[in-house]
Structure formats: structure tokens, C-alpha cells
Design a protein. Structure first.
Length: 95
């Protein structure tokens, strides 16, 4: 399954307005994204110890991609608006 990964903005009026890479302790970034109405929808791990997370707000349509390093620093790598979930095509569904 392919995963869309998201990044986060902190100390900005809206995660969707983030234009540059912003890094902060992951706990602070997580709390900010939750307060902005976003929730995590996917998580992936790479061989270097990084965790990539996708956060979205279904109500507001915002999305944020976050990379978290092994020591707990999260960095926003992208954010925007117009999030829409894409249902799996019939040939992508296992079963």
C-alpha cells in the first residue's frame, strides 16, 4: 500500500500556511497539530530511523507532513489545503 506522508507546522496560524521547514520537539508539534484540528492518518518508517507522518483535518481540508528523527525532533516538510481521501481502486483492495 502506498502511503501519503505529511509534514507539520508549529507556531503558525494554520498548518496549511507553512512554507518553510519548521522543526520542534515532536510532542509540541503533535499538540499544535491536534489543536489545529488535524489528526494522524498514516505513519511510515525508513531504514535511517526516521518516521514520516501524515496529518489531516477532514473538516478544514488541511494536511501536514512531518518527519521525526530518532531523538524526537519533528520537522514539517510540507503543508497545504484541499485534502481529500482517495478510496482504493477495486484492483488495489486485497481480499
Amino acid at each position: 500500500m502506498r502511503i501519503a506522508i505529511i509534514a507539520a507546522a508549529i507556531c503558525l496560524a494554520s498548518p496549511a500556511l507553512a512554507q518553510e521547514r519548521v522543526c520542534a520537539p515532536y510532542a509540541a508539534m503533535r499538540d499544535y497539530l491536534k489543536s489545529a484540528g488535524e489528526r494522524p492518518v498514516s505513519r511510515a518508517f525508513d531504514g535511517r530511523g526516521l518516521v514520516a507522518e501524515a496529518w489531516v483535518s477532514d473538516e478544514r481540508g488541511t494536511w501536514t507532513w512531518v518527519l521525526v528523527d530518532p531523538v524526537g525532533v519533528g520537522c514539517m516538510v510540507a503543508a497545504g489545503e484541499s485534502w481529500e481521501p482517495v478510496p482504493a481502486a477495486a484492483d488495489e483492495v486485497e481480499g
